[in-house]
Design a protein around this ligand. Structure first.
Ligand SMILES: Nc1nc2c(ncn2[C@@H]2O[C@H](COP(=O)(O)OP(=O)(O)OP(=O)(O)O)[C@@H](O)[C@H]2O)c(=O)[nH]1
Ligand SMILES: [Mg+2]
Length: 261
């Protein structure tokens, strides 16, 4: 349960109370306090995210925030991507999970710099965690910072970390209706990776319907289909990353950020 973003709010109190007496006022006061705290928290997070973004831009970093439900394949995609591209780009990785260092251990095995952030009871990463998480990374020599968020299709949508793009991963075992059921996440993302397409022959999953649902909630979303097991579709993702790094470097030199050699 997350006490920060309100997802732990007692569901029994979300219905409408039809009071005819003064008790209404007490309930209203509590509601407005709840909303106020949530606004303050998000405003504070947004300020820290802006500060992270300024720092990352100065370092000409491409920063991606990988979000999804648990088990869609975020770490698997990272493992394969880092293995295939680590000679082309310098990566750093922040791994978010409630408990364990499992994912960080998997990334460390690729030889890439990684730090695990355990959120405990929290169900998302926030900008403050990222600001401290990158301490110790040599960002001046890093091209791409990958952030794997906690597996959760709801709360990470609301928290800007200072990333360039949220990348939502949806695996074909989850059902094609997820963009409609969790629209905020698909609205917040610039790219959707549909993973595990090697499993399509064994599933009832309507790929075209899934893409249509995603575009229904976010007409601008870019969509790629891939399997990090078979490797199908990975090249399009790599091309997108390569273009992203080139764009960051171009923007940085247009803005006069000094060239590092
Ligand atoms: N068939 C198939 N399985 C995959 C693919 N990608 C990942 N998996 C499997 O899916 C499971 C979960 O993968 P992870 O990479 O741990 O998923 P995750 O999103 O990082 O999970 P959390 O960090 O717990 O949210 C593992 O058993 C992977 O081997 C794929 O492309 N095809
Ligand atoms: Mg993972």
């Amino acid at each position: 349960m997350c006490i920060d973003c309100g997802c732990g709010t007692d569901p029994n109190h979300s219905h409408h109370h039809d009071h005819e007496h003064g008790h209404d006022h007490e309930h209203d006061e509590k509601s407005s306090r709840t909303i106020r705290i949530e606004e303050d928290l998000l405003a504070k997070n947004n300020r820290l995210a802006t500060s992270n973004r300024t720092h990352f831009s100065a370092e000409r970093l491409l920063v991606l925030n990988l979000v999804s439900s648990p088990g869609s394949g975020k770490t698997s995609i990272l493992e394969r991507t880092l293995t295939d591209l680590k000679n082309q780009f310098d990566f750093a990785v922040l791994e978010g999970d409630q408990q364990t260092t499992n994912d960080a251990d998997r990334i460390a095995a690729t030889g890439v710099a990684v730090k695990q952030i355990n959120t405990g009871a929290g169900c998302h990463l926030d900008a403050h965690m990222i600001g401290h998480g990158v301490e110790g990374f040599d960002l001046a020599t890093t091209d791409i910072l990958m952030i794997e968020n906690v597996g959760n299709l709801v709360c990470p949508a609301s928290f800007d970390l200072g990333e360039d793009h949220k990348v939502v991963v949806l695996s074909v075992t989850e059902g094609e209706d997820k963009p409609l059921k969790y629209p905020q996440m698909f609205q917040a993302a610039d790219l959707m990776l549909i993973n595990k397409i090697d499993l399509l022959p064994y599933l009832r999953f309507d790929l075209e319907q899934c893409k249509a649902f995603a575009r229904q909630v976010n007409p601008e979303i870019k969509i790629m289909e891939l399997s990090c097991h078979s490797g199908e579709g990975m090249q399009e993702w790599y091309d997108w990353l390569t273009a992203g790094v080139a764009r960051k470097r171009r923007v940085a030199s247009d803005e006069g950020v000094s060239e590092c050699v």
